[in-house]
Design a protein. Structure first.
Ligand code: SF4
Length: 309
């Protein structure tokens, strides 16, 4: 699965030159995805020699893409690790149960389908019209942890990408009063597993395009009848608007998640403000609160506070 030349279906009707250009762009996309996923894996030490990675496959574009890229990277990796794809069939009405087994069998990837009717539980417990996602996700999480145990998986890989991380960050800030995102690597709630998000550096638009050119057999995600969370929708729209009107802003926010200065925030659990004493030693990257232009650090990429509307 080394150099993959991805051709979209519509390519047949194009001229030779157009076809070549599309193939070139698709190849570039594939390379970019592999590079970004490899980088995230390396930065966070997500996968180690001898790991058994359980890739959670929902049937959506992101998890298909994640599995596909991990399979490519495994071929090139200097370490050995196993991959097992897992799908939880939640018994939603009209769920096409044959799609994933057929796809995975054709791909030659070991897989496990876990059948658990969480759909009925959620419908029974949550009153009509109320959001079902929170209970549904909790149930799903518990089941996936148990399955990881049973399969002897050492890592659980999820298909969240950069935009999911940013949306969660703003959701927590705007509606939860917390500076908290979605980590690229974390310990599971039960303390027994390491959950990884190898797509952490990847933009959603790239995953959309990749799914299109690879022709993944996408399973619609609205089978449960639940509406997309309204607050998440608002955040998504806000980010798309920023991306359009202020190129670079979203990139900067994402970069900021990896460049935290606890001494310049206000969380007393992260920094000992109470015990802070002058050391007599000057700080190069010190407080610029009194500067006229708070963000004029010389980089044209940095947005000044005034331009944040
Ligand atoms: S959209 Fe449906 S399946 Fe997905 S988490 Fe919400 S309730 Fe569960």
């Amino acid at each position: 699965m080394s150099e993959v030349l991805i051709m979209p279906a519509e390519e047949k009707t194009l001229t030779y030159k157009q076809t070549e250009k599309i193939a070139y762009e698709n190849n570039k996309l594939h390379k970019r995805l592999c590079r970004l996923v490899g980088q995230a894996i390396g930065d966070f030490n997500m996968i180690e020699d001898g790991d058994k990675v359980m890739v959670c496959l929902s049937g959506g574009k992101d998890s298909y893409g994640l599995l596909d890229i991990l399979l490519t990277l495994r071929e090139r990796a200097p370490i050995n690790f196993d991959i097992i794809a897992v799908n939880l069939d939640q018994k939603q009405p009209n769920f096409p149960a044959h799609v994933l087994p057929e796809y995975l069998t054709k791909l030659g990837v070991p897989f496990h389908i876990e059948n658990q009717d969480t759909y009925s539980i959620v419908k029974r417990v949550i009153p009509e019209g109320k959001t079902t996602c929170s209970l549904c996700s909790r149930l799903r999480r518990g089941i996936l942890y148990r399955v990881a145990d049973e399969l002897g998986a050492t890592k659980i890989a999820l298909g969240h990408h950069r935009d999911d991380i940013l949306e969660t960050f703003f959701l927590n800030m705007f509606f939860g009063g917390k500076l908290k995102g979605m980590p690229a690597k974390l310990q599971s709630d039960d303390g027994k597993h390491i959950v990884i998000r190898p797509l952490a550096y990847v933009k959603e638009v790239d995953m959309e395009r990749y799914a299109e050119v690879k022709g993944f057999p996408i399973i619609p995600c609205d089978l449960c009848g639940s509406q997309e969370n309204l607050q998440r929708k608002q955040i998504k729209a806000m980010l798309r608007d920023w991306e359009k009107k202020t190129p670079g802003r979203v990139e900067n926010v994402f970069a900021a998640l990896s460049t935290v200065a606890p001494s310049h925030l206000m969380d007393r659990k992260l920094f000992d403000f109470v015990g802070l004493q002058a050391t007599g030693v000057a700080s190069v990257d010190g407080d610029i609160a009194f500067d006229e232009e708070p963000c004029s650090t010389g980089s044209s990429n940095i947005i000044s506070f005034q331009s944040l509307d």
